[in-house]
Design a protein around this ligand. Structure first.
Ligand code: DC
Length: 228
């Protein structure tokens, strides 16, 4: 019998450090990395480029099916997301792209249109899947699941720093407000809401340095899979 390809799912709210931590964990393990949030962001952006109404689930689902999304790494090792042939890396990280992603992600047909694309990331030697419903809906059979959280105030502060470092000007209060609103929408939607899988290990990263969070996530894996 062939063994299934291992998957480590890392779900959690926006700003919990999931992206940085999942990427680092995937790198340490030498596994593939799925940034499912970037997929929803890319579809939101493609829909906006086409001038579609973000509240129209059916037309966004059709748009999702025809949107070509590619993840590449440049010569300096930096990840880029190419949407319909355009490098959309910077536009995808803005708060407005996050809000658009959250809005379109609430439509069941949009989520359904994106399932196969996400499943295709499961490849040898393993996959770290980052998102909201990785452990509950997309990879429910994943043997390793983490739900990463942090207080809303800490998440807003981290996002603030991240955006400032990238030269994007933001206001901390409005960021906190946006994060709280997005959490509410992601957790309150009827389909695939943000919630820990019943078999997930819950890690609260409030006040914990990133290097330590990475170690705690890796500790969820058995000794046989630990990086050397
Ligand atoms: O992780 P992120 O901030 O890039 O995600 C952007 C939005 O996409 C998030 O607010 C909700 C949605 N999303 C989702 O519904 N399911 C996922 N697996 C990942 C993201």
């Amino acid at each position: 019998m062939t063994r299934p390809i291992p998957v480590l799912t890392i779900d959690g709210p926006s700003g919990s450090g999931k992206g940085t931590i999942s990427r680092a964990v995937a790198q340490r393990l030498g596994w593939h990395y799925l940034d499912s949030g970037a997929i929803y962001r890319a579809v939101g952006l493609a829909a906006a480029w086409e001038g579609l109404d973000l509240s129209d689930g059916e037309s966004i689902a059709t748009c999702a099916a025809r949107t070509e999304i590619r993840f590449i790494t440049d010569g300096e090792g930096e990840p880029h997301v190419i949407v319909n042939g355009k490098d959309a890396t910077r536009s995808l990280r803005t708060e407005s792209a996050g809000a658009a992603a959250s809005a379109i992600a609430a439509h069941p047909p949009v989520r359904a249109a994106l399932v196969d694309l996400q499943l295709r990331f499961r490849a040898k030697p393993g996959l770290v899947a980052d998102g909201r419903d990785m452990g509950t809906v997309i990879f429910p059979d994943a043997p390793y699941k983490v739900f990463l959280t942090a207080s809303a105030a800490e998440r807003a502060k981290r996002r603030y720093k991240q955006l400032k470092d990238k030269g994007v000007s933001v206001n901390l209060d409005s960021l906190l407000h946006e994060i709280a609103a997005r959490d509410e929408r992601d957790a309150g939607r009827a389909v695939a809401p943000l919630k820990p899988a019943s078999d997930a290990v819950i890690l609260d990263s409030t006040g914990v340095p990133i290097t330590e969070v990475i170690e705690r996530v890796l500790a969820v894996l058995p000794a046989s899979l630990q990086p050397r």
